[in-house]
Design a protein around this ligand. Structure first.
Ligand code: ADP
Ligand code: MG
Length: 197
């Protein structure tokens, strides 16, 4: 997110208020710091996610902070008590995350939001695992689907968020939140391939 901060803000300057990159950079920098400080306190896979969620909600002013915060909160609940996470757990947690974004944002796929990257990514993850892919390969498939989903927001009319105020003038621009969702899946893929190596 930090590497692509300016790009996210540029996307948001076209159809929003030019703060998506700075919002998320501030939020995730705080998350990294919180997790480093509390490293030894986390005994299951859920608790760092819950802690990250609260930090995001408290440090990001924009809609994306609440929405990604809700996503991570739902993942934290889904993974509470688990000390190992495989494909099934990851799918369940990301399904809960997507449902959380949709509920909090009162949004659905096709409205030119982060869901247009998130939902295809989770679907691709589920399908790849069902076809016997390794976790690393399946998350790579999910990431490609998120990136394609983000690209596919370009011709859409925004139905939610600030961009919705532009109506048809939002056509022709990639949604910043869909772009950041692709980055988050890319980071997950990198983390998993690093852990497997
Ligand atoms: P703000 O719009 O408050 O300035 P950000 O710029 O950080 O917040 O985030 C904007 C992104 O949030 C959008 O590009 C979109 O992907 C996402 N978003 C906004 N509203 C919704 C919603 N109701 N449902 C899902 N995603 C949304
Ligand atoms: Mg914004």
């Amino acid at each position: 997110v930090r590497e692509h901060k300016d790009e996210l803000t540029a996307l948001d300057s076209a159809i929003g208020d030019a703060d998506h990159g700075t919002n998320l950079d501030r939020g995730f920098a705080a998350v990294v710091q919180t997790l480093q400080e509390s490293r030894t306190e986390h005994e299951d896979a859920g608790s760092p996610l819950t802690s990250a969620a609260k930090t995001l909600i408290n440090t990001v002013g924009g809609a994306s902070g609440v929405l990604y915060g809700t996503a991570l909160l739902r993942m934290g609940t889904a993974l509470a008590g688990k000390t190992t996470v495989g494909g099934d757990e990851l799918v369940a947690a990301l399904d809960a995350a997507a449902a959380g974004i949709a509920a909090r944002g009162r949004s659905t796929v096709g409205e030119k939001t982060m869901l247009d990257a998130f939902v295809p990514a989770v679907d691709a993850l589920r399908q790849a695992l069902a076809h016997g892919a390794t976790l690393g390969a399946a998350v790579e498939e999910a990431t490609l689907a998120a990136e394609q989903g983000a690209e596919a927001t370009v011709p859409l009319v925004a139905g939610k968020g600030r961009a919705a105020n532009l109506g048809p003038r939002s056509i022709g621009h990639k949604d910043p939140g869909a772009a950041s969702t692709a980055l988050l899946f890319r980071a997950l893929a990198t983390a998993i391939s690093g852990a497997a190596a």
